[in-house]
Design a protein. Structure first.
Length: 428
């Protein structure tokens, strides 16, 4: 694997005194100060053997990398199958003024029917037959993705509970459509795609110390209250939830089960990548501004670091991941390998220029450095070691990338490119 000869400068963090408080490192945003790093080899096994074909990749090297991500990064996803029950809560074949069929399904986990998540699905009415679908988790409740009065309001307590549209921790009518800018439902439908979403808090609350309140409980041993050091954290749980949503979608007659694109923004982009790496039923995987612990190369110490993410979000990754605080170089993997786990299925990565915390260049480089695995399959990855310019999307049939103007967010511009890419992948 190539060594990247970037300038080595040791003063990565500002040392300005903070009035006697413990000094918090300032993020590194100066490209010239990014220290040199060497990525862990993609196509050399732990025993030092070169991987030359798909069989060696799939049987040996891919398995090694998947194991490292499982045990050292996101934590192991339980293998035990959970019985699912789908309960249709509402169907409206004339939703959105007749443009869509809206289905809402409660997906129960386990026999007790104690835990569930609510899936909202829109299918376009102007096309017949099973359609391709985008599946993504949302941050604030299904009713926030569109003002559609037919969407059932989430009754879960939320961490956004004091924001406008919420009262005392719970969503109110006023929360309808609050995040509509992130979900261009009409545009998605008009292009012949369906859209499925689930509130991520239905799966696991996004707060430290809450593993007794989410799906982890379904797998705990008697008396267990928190995951062991190598067991899954919250991102692992959200990824698991995406696969359970997929269990529903594959049997839904209106959905083409071979054309489900999983996508996510930010922490939910990390979850989408991890879901895509573990579950080959996802046909296309899309990372929107997923940054550190998602698409970004962690050895490139630009923006957020492992220490910064573990300090603020100790529940996202597994316990073992804490060992790599300020020791990125010791991590057996880097995030180009996460993308390589998804190959040969197509992967799209998107960044926003003002989202320096997520390291746009590092997000591009992961995709670029995953290229050799796509090549093993005879596919054409992105060839340019330099990211493209602002709003100049680049695609091949298996990789896509763009750098949007503006901030950390997911907007129509991003979605339009995802749909263009999916059109190309699915030959539409
Ligand atoms: C924080 C965090 C990021 C994460 C983002 C989000 O900024 O540091 O890693 O992607 O939240 O999920 O919005």
């Amino acid at each position: 694997m190539k060594t990247l000869n970037l300038l080595v400068v040791c003063t990565m963090f500002s040392t300005a005194p903070l009035f006697g408080q413990r000094q918090k490192p300032e993020p590194l945003y100066d490209e010239a100060q990014v220290p040199a790093y060497t990525l862990p080899a993609l196509l050399i096994t732990e025993k030092g053997k070169a991987v030359k074909d798909v069989t060696q990749w799939e049987n040996k090297r891919r398995a090694e990398i998947l194991k490292s991500f499982s045990e050292q990064v996101y934590g192991k996803t339980p293998g035990k199958k959970v019985l699912l029950n789908f309960e249709q809560q509402s169907v409206d074949e004339q939703a959105l003024g007749g443009k869509a069929t809206r289905k809402q399904v409660r997906i129960f986990f386990g026999k007790e029917k104690s835990r569930h998540m609510d899936l909202l699905l829109y299918l376009p009415n102007h096309v017949t037959g099973p359609v391709p679908v985008f599946l993504g988790l949302n941050f604030t409740g299904n009713q926030t993705i569109h003002a559609d009065p037919g969407i059932l309001i989430s009754t879960r307590q939320t961490r956004y509970g004091n924001d406008p549209g919420y009262r005392d921790g719970y969503a109110t009518e006023a929360s309808r459509g609050l995040r509509a800018r992130r979900w261009p439902v009409e545009e998605i439908l008009s292009r012949g795609y369906g859209l499925a979403t689930v509130y991520y808090g239905d799966i696991q609350p996004d707060q430290p110390g809450t593993f007794n309140q989410g799906v982890h409980q379904l797998f705990f041993k008697r008396g267990q209250e928190a995951p062991a050091e190598d067991e899954w954290g919250a991102i692992g749980a959200w990824a698991w939830g995406l696969s359970r949503a997929m269990d529903y979608l594959v049997q839904e007659p209106g959905v083409n089960p071979r054309q489900v694109c999983v996508l996510g923004h930010s922490r939910l982009g990390k979850a989408a990548l991890w879901a895509g790496a573990q579950d080959s039923r996802f046909a296309v995987v899309i990372s929107n501004n997923s940054g550190e612990g998602g698409a970004a190369i962690t050895r490139r110490k630009f923006g957020e670091t492992i220490q910064a993410i573990n300090d603020r979000f100790p529940h996202w990754f597994c316990g073992n991941y804490k060992q790599y605080n300020n020791r990125e170089d010791q991590l057996p993997v880097d995030y180009h390998q996460l993308i390589a786990l998804i190959a040969p299925r197509p992967v799209y990565v998107a960044s926003a220029v003002e989202d320096r915390w997520a390291d746009p260049k590092g997000e591009y480089l992961s995709l670029y450095h995953a290229g050799p695995v796509f090549r093993l399959y005879g596919l054409r990855p992105l060839e340019d070691p330099e990211p493209p310019g602002l709003e100049r999307p680049v695609y091949t049939e298996v990789n896509g990338y763009h750098l949007r103007n503006g901030k950390h967010d997911i907007l129509l511009y991003d979605w339009s490119n995802y749909m263009d890419f999916a059109d190309r992948v699915f030959g539409r």
